[in-house]
Design a protein. Structure first.
Length: 85
């Protein structure tokens, strides 16, 4: 049975929290709840979330930017969406 594992690590790479989900779970459906769970469990902090491009939706990223304090993130981007300067 396939599974999806969401893993939160410290800057030193130590596991802080994880979530095991069914393999057919869409990544984009997990982020909002996971952000809320980590904030409820560990409080607000200056975190940086690093994600694969399939995880956040534009709507979720807008909510992250509008949060107080803003939620910082780094997301992989398709090469054709990057403008060279």
């Amino acid at each position: 049975m396939p599974v999806v594992i969401a893993l939160i690590v410290t800057p030193d790479g130590f596991p802080l929290a994880y979530e095991v989900l069914a393999g057919n779970t869409l990544d984009k459906q997990t982020l909002t709840d996971f952000l809320a769970k980590i904030e409820a469990q560990y409080g607000k902090a200056d975190r940086i979330w690093v994600m694969d491009r399939g995880i956040p939706t534009e709507e979720t990223l807008a909510l992250m930017r509008a949060a107080d304090p803003p939620v910082h993130y780094l997301v992989g981007t398709q090469g054709n969406r990057i403008k060279s300067g």
